[in-house]
Design a protein around this ligand. Sequence first.
Ligand SMILES: [Zn+2]
Length: 408
Amino acid sequence: MYSYCVHVIMKCRYNVTMLTFEITTINKKMRSGVIKTSKSQIQTPELAIVATDAQLRSLPNEALEALPSSYFIVNTYHTYTKKIISPIEKAGGIHAYMQIPDRLIATDSGGFQVFSLGFGQKHNIGKIVREEIPASAGMTDGEDADNPLFITEDGVRFQFDGNDLELNPEISMDLQHKIGADIMMAFDECTSPLNSYDYTKNSMERTHRWLDRSIDAHRGHEENQALFGIVQGGEYQDLREESARVVGSKDVPGFGIGGSFGDFQEALGTTVGWVTNHLPPEKPRHLLGIGKIRDIFSAVEQGVDLFDCVIPTREARHRMLYTKKGRLYLRKLKHLEEPIDSGCKCQCCLEKITTKQLWQWFLVRDLRASTYTTLHNIQFYADLMREIRESIEMGRFNELRDEYYKYY
Ligand SMILES: [Zn+2]
């Protein structure tokens, strides 16, 4: 094990000064480090709390400052379709709007939601994107009467609430500039496991062209916001490696890793490993939309620094609580006169709110239920990430992983 420091931005062409990444410990491919901006400083690996439309459902923005999380991510698609961009601009940017001036905030490109959620809403198939468009559609207009998405080389058009909307690299950059987060993601197409090799390859190549257009559209903003390029390529090794090489060669200060990673638990670590083998080691890597505990350990082992996932907040609202001894699902006949976890430092556990009380609140739809469970799950994930960082620094990552794997 050894330590070294790298200031990524010094290597960039455009005199960017807004984000630095310092790797403090490396053990095999794992690393812990520090990301700094003029306003914020976070320790990595870290997981971003998802503030879908620039807020959490169970907590008002006035409460975010007190959370133990140092990193947040906002969905560009939701702020766009729900017309929240203008209020964010009027507030003076996303940090002021969310009332967390010194936290690191990222925005995604909008690509994931428009290609998966937008589609799923229409066809009720969740995150799966049907392969409606022929592989050649990457080069030609792919109109399809059954598909609410119209994907072309320029971008994608879709319907939301009866309105025709459009996203492409230039629009995505413009929206993300208006939101004003520290980290932005290049516009990409997120493919699904159902997509064929040919479709995934064509889509990946188009995503690379969209990255060049995103970089062009971002010129002049480099000192205020860091643009990450996104690696795609599905579950195919040659595509993942090619995408990592192409995206890794671009003059951007960090990378997102998106898309699908195969069906099996082991597949995620393997696929992420193909990517990280070919990305410049000195720049931060954000694994998009991944946050299951086993996946976090697998990806950290492969050199991932950043994550984001709705699990802590969404599952809290659905009565699923995280503890060191596994998940606790609040349901009838199971409630106890004890807090969720007596060792936890969240407000819910410190106030000794019992699981019985939480269950009763859920039963009568008292909003305190999801507020307290959200606070608890966020604290759990903050503690998990801190433990992972410490375990990398102390050379006991495998022991920590094995402790968690007993219950997860
Ligand atoms: Zn707690």
